[in-house]
Ligand binder design. Structure first.
Ligand code: NAP
Length: 292
């Protein structure tokens, strides 16, 4: 029962109405019989700083941060973990009420890597293609750099964003990044690419994205691992093509739940067990099949 001792966690972002995070986190909370509750707040950008201060002053245990505030929150927290520093992006905040401090974490990087590990997929020495150059792409690229891939092709329709990414990783791995604004430039090299990760909203449930294929239809994806971080629908147009071609696939739900599990661990010091993760994933997938 919710009472004066109940710990409060919240998601902040804009929009947050369709987020699956409250469902995932409240499932973990119930599973581990914790006196806590997780809610979601839609926050306007001008209110972001006050929201963080308010949450700290009210004794919130922590926050998740989603689009479009991951970069801004990185600049607002008192300290950050290694992944947050390396991506300048925070998706998890833990408050220390006694010290009145906030610590920022980036669990998107770990969520991406965990999803690969669970498939026993080793990317060391492989050539990879990242589609998109936004915030999620940065976490994925950083994960690839950590895992010592050979080369990272980054395709994005806007060239400046690719340049920003290269500049961003200039001290850690920009020599392995090659940018493309025309994806067909990869037509002759695609056979050498082992992992493709879609980090754009292409394929997402909205009318304008749903039927937009992030890769050329002419590419044969057989033998590759195709990871679409879009999680709604659970089977995107890219995942369907990849499965048809005979590729291995990972959907965005895996990354979403794995990053959520790492946030939960950051707050409570408990890593949700594999069965618990499997159960909530199963529940969500059943519901999504009904919706889509
Ligand atoms: P972001 O920072 O806004 O970046 C969006 C990227 O997508 C940019 O590179 C943008 O290209 C590209 N893009 C947008 N619309 C496009 C279109 N119609 N055609 C081609 N490219 C397009 O967003 P983000 O935070 O990286 O998130 C990207 C996606 O990942 C979202 O769908 C989000 O829900 C998903 N995501 C999933 C997880 C998970 O755990 N599964 C975690 C984080 C994010 P320009 O630079 O040219 O605009």
């Amino acid at each position: 029962m919710i009472g004066p001792e109940t710990k409060i966690l919240a998601l902040i972002g804009n929009p947050v109405r369709h987020s699956l995070s409250p469902r995932i986190q409240n499932y973990f909370i119930k599973k581990y019989s914790l006196d806590a509750v997780y809610v979601a707040f839609e926050v306007k950008d001008i209110d972001l700083r006050e929201t963080l201060t308010g949450a700290k002053k009210l004794g919130f245990m922590g926050l998740n941060v989603t689009m479009p505030y991951k970069y801004e929150v990185f600049n607002l927290v008192d300290r950050s973990d290694k992944f947050a520093k390396s991506t300048k992006s925070v998706n998890t905040v833990k408050f220390d009420s006694e010290m009145e401090t906030s610590i920022g974490f980036n669990t998107d990087v770990g969520g991406f890597l965990e999803s690969l590990d669970k498939k026993n997929y080793n990317i060391e020495g492989r050539n990879c293609l990242v589609i998109g150059a936004g915030g999620a792409a940065r976490s994925v690229i950083y994960g690839m750099i950590l895992r010592k891939v050979k080369k990272i092709w980054v395709y994005n329709r806007t060239e400046e964003r690719i340049e920003e990414v290269k500049k961003f990783f200039k001290d850690s791995g920009s020599n392995m990044i090659e940018g493309l604004t025309d994806i067909h430039k990869l037509d002759s090299d695609i056979d050498d690419v082992s992992l493709i990760v879609n980090c754009t909203p292409m394929g997402m449930y909205m009318e304008s994205y749903r039927n937009v294929m992030p890769v050329p239809e002419s590419w044969n994806l057989k033998g590759k691992l195709v990871f679409d971080i879009v999680y709604n629908p659970s089977e995107t147009i890219l995942i369907k093509k990849a499965a048809r071609d005979g590729a291995d696939v990972i959907g965005g739900i895996d990354m979403l739940i794995n990053q959520a599990a790492l946030s939960f661990e950051a707050w409570f010091g408990i890593m949700p067990e594999a069965d618990c993760i499997k159960d909530i994933k199963g529940d969500i997938l059943i519901d999504m099949t009904k919706i889509n």
